[in-house]
Design a protein around this ligand. Structure first.
Ligand SMILES: N[C@@H](CCC(=O)N[C@@H](CS)C(=O)NCC(=O)O)C(=O)O
Length: 143
């Protein structure tokens, strides 16, 4: 994604012995993006601490801290790439619009909340079932 921030380093929490974690390192290296690697020791239970679980309630690695980057980017941008909804928005919308279900409070991220609302106003964008109980929002036809 050409619009990812190249200024503040991304925070990566991973273990160097993990292929899943190495995928994140590879992607950031190949994109030339700055990052800080925070080595986490699974065997020492470091993915079970309250601090870690606050970042990722499923207690797994890797974790890429992009929330602050999203907020910064969306302060000056309507969508992630250009001025139209793209696959980049869809990729991030799916989990972000259900962040509360994962225990993430988006109150501190007004630009992200505005972007979510902007996405939801786009024709054809629907909400995911909430806990499987509520119906998805009405599908909107083309304008
Ligand atoms: N689907 C996840 C899988 C992540 C995953 O399995 N992480 C492992 C390390 S490779 C882990 O954190 N295991 C510890 C645990 O599940 O408690 C991904 O690809 O990121």
């Amino acid at each position: 994604m050409p619009t990812l921030s190249r200024q503040a380093p991304y925070q990566v929490f991973g273990t160097s012995a993990s292929g899943n974690c190495h995928k994140v390192r590879l992607a950031l290296d190949l994109l030339g993006l700055p990052y800080c690697w925070n080595e986490i020791d699974l065997m020492q239970g470091q993915t079970r601490t309250p601090q870690f679980l606050a970042m990722n309630p499923n207690g797994q690695l890797p974790v890429l801290g992009i929330d602050a980057q999203m907020e910064r980017h969306l302060k000056d941008a309507e969508f992630f790439v250009g001025s139209r909804l793209t696959i980049a928005d869809l990729a991030l919308f799916a989990y972000t619009h259900r962040a509360d279900e994962g225990g993430f409070d988006l109150q501190r991220y007004p630009a992200v909340r505005e972007w979510l609302a902007r996405c939801e106003r786009q024709p054809g964008v629907t909400s995911m079932l909430r806990g499987g109980a509520e119906p998805a929002g009405p599908a909107r036809g083309p304008a």
